[in-house]
Ligand binder design. Structure first.
Ligand SMILES: [Zn+2]
Length: 229
């Protein structure tokens, strides 16, 4: 809500502590207490904005956001999430009264497949809608090393999405979201901060960085350290 107030005149805000997209109106759900994306979307609406776009690339479907804004004439929600994974909502045929486009994807969904959805679905939708604001939920659990999901994106998929959205709207609010491998989360959201601030990010980690990550230990780690950033 503060981000919405600060973005009144335009700009970009990154709130990695946000993105709790499973919270419901009367109860907590899915590690989410308050649904801050919904509060932000409603705050933008209260400012009089009428072309509001919510994009969610967390591995899980944004059920709390969809429930809150089903049928909304002024908010469009696009979610890419892993099919057949909790909370088991967000099927392709579920359009939330015309407000949502759900894109469930299979296990192993990778960067090039993500790029197809970005370039053929999401960016054309932005062209048509010309949103006054975009809220991006940038959950870190869709990347390769996350233990809770089985998608296979690299951080580059998220960075490229952030880069594409940065110039596509006068107001951009980037939120965090899920993420259950501590160093994956740190890498991703630090990199998002870098992209938003115009830093070049390497597509592949330097060998020294790879060896630092390879030396980390964590009981719920899945697989080897990905060589891409
Ligand atoms: Zn998630």
């Amino acid at each position: 809500m503060l981000a919405a107030a600060l973005l009144r005149g335009g700009g970009v805000i990154f709130s990695p502590g946000g993105g709790t997209h499973h919270g419901l109106a009367d109860r907590a759900a899915g590690f989410c207490y308050l649904n801050d994306p919904v509060l932000a979307l409603l705050a933008f609406r209260a400012q009089g904005l009428r072309r509001i776009l919510y994009i969610d690339i967390d591995a899980h479907h944004c059920d709390g956001v969809e429930i809150a804004l089903t049928g909304a004439p002024d908010v469009r929600m696009i979610s890419i999430h892993e099919a057949r994974r909790w909370p088991f909502t967000g099927g392709f045929a579920d359009r939330a009264g015309g407000a949502a486009l759900n894109l469930p994807v299979d296990r192993g969904f990778n960067d090039s497949e993500f790029a197809v959805l970005r370039d053929r679905v999401i960016l054309p939708a932005i062209e048509r809608l010309k949103p006054e604001v975009i809220v991006l939920q940038c959950g870190a659990d869709a990347v390769e090393e996350d233990p809770l999901a089985r998608l296979s994106l690299s951080n580059n998929a998220h960075f490229d999405m952030v880069r594409a959205l940065k110039d596509a709207t006068p107001r951009l609010l980037v939120l965090g979201g899920g993420g259950y491998n501590p160093w994956t989360v740190g890498r991703l959201w630090a990199g998002v901060w870098g992209v938003l601030n115009g830093y070049d990010t390497p597509r592949t980690l330097a060998p020294e960085s790879q060896s630092i990550l390879a030396a980390l230990h964590w009981t719920r780690r899945r697989g080897a350290v990905a060589p891409h950033i």
